[in-house]
Design a protein around this ligand. Structure first.
Ligand code: UDP
Length: 140
């Protein structure tokens, strides 16, 4: 198995409810190492660019409004098969469908306010990491 890097975001619903520490703890307990981390209040343009693949969908404007409603924490996580392992750790997009013990099951409020983001493939991870970090900010 190969060491991979994945992009994680602790979303506004979680930062507003003081859940940053609890969520970071879940990452580390699962064996993921924090290779980069910063807190950012996204601009509308940054949020729209990040979610460009969803442009045109009914939920796009509300998703962007949510993502800029408070600061977020953006991270690069490192680990064996980190992309899939992290997706397993966060659970299904809709917390009602997320397995018990997953971050979204335990913390998310609903389908939109679902506490965390995670890259869905190694290709997305590469693109999303480059969207937020330059090479020197990632501690390998
Ligand atoms: N989302 C939403 N309404 C929907 C579907 C998704 O508000 O009907 C939001 C939700 O916050 C989700 C994000 O849009 O995490 C991106 O959706 P995607 O399908 O890419 O899910 P993810 O990869 O985050 O699990």
């Amino acid at each position: 198995m190969a060491i991979e890097y994945t992009l994680s975001i602790i979303k506004p619903d979680a930062t507003k409810r003081n859940l940053i520490g609890k969520i970071l703890n879940r990452f580390e307990e699962a064996g993921l190492r924090i290779a980069a981390m910063k807190m950012v209040h996204l601009t509308q343009q940054q949020a729209e660019g990040f979610y460009a693949e969803h442009e045109g969908k009914a939920f796009f404007a509300d998703l962007v409004a949510f993502m800029i409603s408070a600061p977020v924490v953006v991270l690069v996580l490192e680990g064996e098969s980190a992309v899939q392992n992290y997706r397993d750790l966060i659970g299904a997009t809709n917390p009602e469908e997320a397995r018990s013990g997953t971050i979204r099951h335990d913390f998310a409020l609903n389908y939109r306010y679902n506490s965390v983001h995670g890259s869905d493939s190694p290709e997305s991870a590469q693109r999303e990491i480059a969207y937020f970090f330059v090479e020197q900010e990632i501690f390998k």
